[in-house]
Design a protein around this ligand. Structure first.
Ligand code: FAD
Length: 397
């Protein structure tokens, strides 16, 4: 919206209520003008300044925006180990690039990474931009944002994808802000509107109750993040070759605002739920913390699984937030997922839909989890699980 200066009475009401702080008073007088027209509806009109007709849009795309070509995937690595989500995104990026008829490139930043690019070609990249520099040894928002931003401005990709990991979420937001472009976070589906060459980035919205497809019509690059395990990793093509580009960057440690003093590694059985092949997850239906750990822990231990839970279980203090599965937790894709005393709220289900087999135990036959699971058992999980342990151990041997 924009304020119609002739009709504005400078009441300031529109400025206060605008949710995106996009309005300001055009009069800017010290003394508020006397209110003569009460209706704020008549003092504002839909702005036409940014509206274009379809023909103009196409012309705009063919012009300024059309200079941007190619799909990029930011390759996340730690100590030379590529994050699986980056390989998953190369698969998704390959499909987007093929639909657009453009190159797929991986962007790899770090130190002493020579040779790491080979696997990126095998997973679908035509090109790899490798920036190997001591200052990039550990991830820092400041340095990575500067380098990725500079590469984008130099090589002009139309799409940039990143994993929705701790690093990827941080970097994507920083780069999008730096480049003043659009970013759609936590996408579950990526596609292309081929007529308009637009990225269609789909993600759950309004608490997971609707799927929203978001497009960035007027800015480039179009950026999106995707959580680990949401996209299936493609099969590598052994020996597939690509082009290595090594852009020069000038980075000085002494010019940076942050220093990495120490890296503290976290070890432990439970460390990474996302990579687990078997997950035993519990919900509020398990009653209390003691039963939760007795039931989930004993089953997980017996069959080599890891323990996860719902937000209700986390909020009750039964397990740490990092083991929460779902929309505001982790997305998982194990071979086997046990949902014990879990109702099956949509926010939980979006995090488990990549599982091969879901086994649910719930005392309520109407629980929504039974609409999603592969096998369902109606009954008391506290009584059923102890009787399942032995047969499952035999079965999974
Ligand atoms: P409940 O819904 O209370 O279900 C308990 C179930 O246990 C019931 O179905 C009951 O029939 C069954 N039960 C009871 N006793 C037994 C028994 N003895 N044996 C077997 N079954 C029994 N939730 C998540 O999990 N992950 C998220 O990431 C997440 N993000 C959210 C984000 C937003 C914005 C919002 C609004 C909510 C989010 N939630 C999330 C919360 C979600 O909506 C549900 O409230 C939550 O998943 C419910 O957890 P639950 O299934 O453990 O509990």
């Amino acid at each position: 919206c924009q304020v119609i200066p002739e009709k504005c009475v400078d009441c300031g009401e529109c400025v206060e209520v605008c949710p995106v702080e996009a309005l300001s008073s055009p009069k800017n007088t010290e003394e508020p003008a006397p209110i003569t027209t009460p209706a704020k509806e008549v003092c504002m009109e839909q702005s036409t300044a940014n509206q274009t007709n379809p023909a103009q849009e196409v012309a705009q795309l063919e012009g300024e925006l059309g200079r941007y070509k190619g799909v990029w995937v930011f390759i996340e690595q730690r100590e030379g180990h590529i994050a699986p989500v980056s390989l998953e995104l190369l698969g998704a990026g390959r499909q987007l690039a093929d639909k657009l008829g453009v190159e797929l490139a991986g962007v790899l930043l770090g130190y002493n990474l020579s040779g790491l690019e080979a696997s990126l070609y095998e997973y679908g990249a035509d090109k790899v931009y490798l920036v190997d520099h001591p200052v990039l040894c550990y991830y820092r928002t400041e340095t990575y944002m500067q380098v990725v931003g500079k590469l984008v401005q130099e090589y002009l990709p139309e799409i940039v994808l990143m994993g929705a990991t701790t690093t990827g979420r941080d970097l994507a937001g920083a780069v999008a802000t730096e480049l003043a472009t659009g970013l759609t976070a936590d996408c579950t589906v990526l596609d292309i509107d081929q007529a308009k060459r637009l990225l269609l980035a789909t993600r759950p919205a309004f608490g997971g109750n609707i799927m929203a497809t978001i497009v960035a019509k007027k800015h480039r690059p179009q950026m999106a993040t995707v959580r680990p395990k949401v996209m299936k990793m493609g099969d590598p093509v052994p020996g597939r070759q690509g082009v290595l580009v090594k852009p020069e960057v000038s980075l000085q440690e002494e010019n940076l605002l942050t220093r990495v003093l120490e890296i503290v590694q976290e070890y432990g059985e439970q460390a990474n739920l996302q990579d687990a092949e078997i997950i035993v997850a519990g919900g509020r239906g398990l009653g209390d913390k003691e039963s939760f750990h007795k039931i989930c822990g004993s089953l997980a231990e017996a069959i080599g699984g890891k323990v996860g839970g719902t937000r209700a279980a986390v909020e009750a203090g039964w397990l740490e937030q990092k083991y929460q599965v779902g929309q505001t937790g982790v997305t998982v894709a194990p071979k086997l997922y046990f949902a014990l005393g879990i109702s099956g709220a949509i926010q939980h289900l979006v995090g488990i839909r990549g599982s091969d087999i879901i086994i649910a135990i719930n005392s309520d036959p109407e629980a929504p989890i039974f609409q999603e699971c592969t096998y369902g058992i109606v009954g008391d999980a506290l009584k059923i699980v102890p009787n399942l342990i032995k047969p499952l151990q035999v079965l999974l041997k």
